[in-house]
Write a protein that binds this ligand. Sequence first.
Ligand SMILES: [Zn+2]
Length: 124
Amino acid sequence: MNTLLHFLISFIIIEIVFGDAKSYILLIILFSMLVDLDHIPYLINVKKNVFKRKFGAESRSFLHELLGLSIFSLIICILFFFISLRLLQIISLCILLHFSLDFLFGITRPLYPISNKRSRIFSS
Ligand SMILES: [Zn+2]
């Protein structure tokens, strides 16, 4: 899914849930797009061929799969002791929405790097 779309969906959901998304816009930008930073090494590798190859499952590192979700979940659990509950709710909602949308509408390798098998739930 498109990185900008991740931001827009997170912004809308946070506005619906908390009613004050504008106050947290930098946090929403950062954490709705954070997971997609692993596309950068892929972009550097494919360079000009990126429009032919698009952003398939191979453009994602293990941080974009179930292992990454586990790591982000652990970090969020640790952050629970250090930051306010509202910030933690927004951060976790942004990350959860990102993973959910990618798993629901993209082609993923859920068990990567253990298995390279691709799966798709819905097509976008
Ligand atoms: Zn993503």
